[in-house]
Design a protein around this ligand. Structure first.
Ligand code: ADP
Ligand code: MG
Length: 317
């Protein structure tokens, strides 16, 4: 637990985010191996630099397929499947729109409707052509760009979990800029949207689960009296706009947590609760703009409310 005096914390700045590893033993060498592992995966998956395996695919858009390593291929295949699901708000080919808005980066702005309309046809997930045998990815139209920003941290958090397990670690927590993964029993804070510092709405008790939060308060800018945040609606090309301030997913794998935060963000509370009824291993905590905290179920976690300006409820629909 975070207050335990036997706890050792190791920090790094990777993937544009603060990374925190908590262990029950003092082991600099282990922490350093874990940070190296994260860096190696970041080097493969990033789209925020000129070079990476994903950037090689993007540079060859409309020209030729690019053979990539098996983990990158497997992740893209999984991301394409999630993008092709009916009414999915998740889209791995959203890159041209992300680059247009630049939310969370220098030069962000609200694009014109014409600019958005121009890029929408370049974001079709079915135009990401996969070849299992060649382990290659081809973007069928020039100007297309894959963006794994919504799931890279989840995928890497799962690899960290695997590596810790293989090294015989039974109690550890990794926080990859908001993607938390745990081995053993931990209490994870649920952040209060738009509040300064470390203000929490509540705490989430889990055992060897992933806890992923996506919120409109994480990366946004204000223009024309409106807040523009970083999760885009692939149908409209504008940030998803609904009753939610944040969604937290509790699941065995952080990749699922990452995909589901985006899916749920697109569905909203009522449809999100309905969708989760068919997925018992995926659980959600919705935080709405009117300060409702809605739990889809509580099979693999316990939630304690710490802020009485919020109301705690379950899914009713
Ligand atoms: P964070 O990195 O803050 O945890 P998320 O996991 O919610 O954020 O992912 C947001 C990132 O995913 C954006 O910055 C962008 O790169 C990408 N993205 C934005 N909209 C979508 C979408 N509809 N589908 C897939 N990826 C998206
Ligand atoms: Mg995510």
């Amino acid at each position: 637990m975070p207050t335990d005096e036997r706890l050792y914390s190791y920090c790094a700045e990777l993937m544009g985010s603060p990374i925190l590893l908590k262990l029950y033993s003092h082991d600099e060498a282990l922490a350093s191996r874990i940070f190296q592992l994260i860096k190696r995966y970041e080097d493969l998956l990033t789209v925020n630099r000129a070079q990476s395996q994903v950037m090689s695919i993007n540079h060859a858009a409309g020209q030729h397929p690019v053979t990539v390593s098996l983990p990158v291929y497997a992740l893209i295949k999984c991301a394409k499947a999630a993008s092709m699901a009916q009414d999915s708000a998740f889209n791995l080919a959203i890159g041209p729109l992300v680059k247009l808005w630049r939310i969370g980066f220098q030069g962000h702005r609200v694009p014109s409707a014409a600019e958005i309309a121009e890029r929408l046809p370049l974001t079709r997930p079915q135009d990401v052509i996969l070849d299992d045998e060649a382990c290659s990815v081809f973007l069928a139209q020039a100007g297309m760009e894959i963006d794994l920003g919504a799931i890279a941290k989840g995928y890497i958090a799962d690899r960290v979990r695997d590596s810790l397990r293989q090294q015989g670690v039974s109690d550890a927590l990794i926080n990859l800029g908001g993607n938390v993964h745990t081995l053993g029993n931990w209490s994870v804070g649920l952040k209060k949207p738009f509040a300064p510092g470390d203000a929490l709405i509540g705490s989430i008790e889990v055992a060897s689960q992933s806890v992923v939060t996506s919120g409109v308060y994480e990366r946004y800018f204000e223009q024309d009296g409106k807040r523009w945040h970083h999760i885009l609606d692939p149908r409209s090309g504008y940030p998803l706009d609904n009753e939610l301030d944040s969604v937290t997913i509790i699941s065995a794998n952080s990749l699922d947590g990452d995909i589901w935060t985006t899916l749920i963000y697109g569905l909203g509370v009522v449809k999100g609760c309905a969708a989760l009824r068919h997925h018992e291993d995926i659980e959600a905590i919705f935080v709405t703009k009117n300060r409702d905290v809605i739990l889809s179920s509580q099979r693999n976690f316990r939630f304690s409310l710490l802020d009485d300006s919020y109301r705690l409820t379950g899914c009713t629909a």
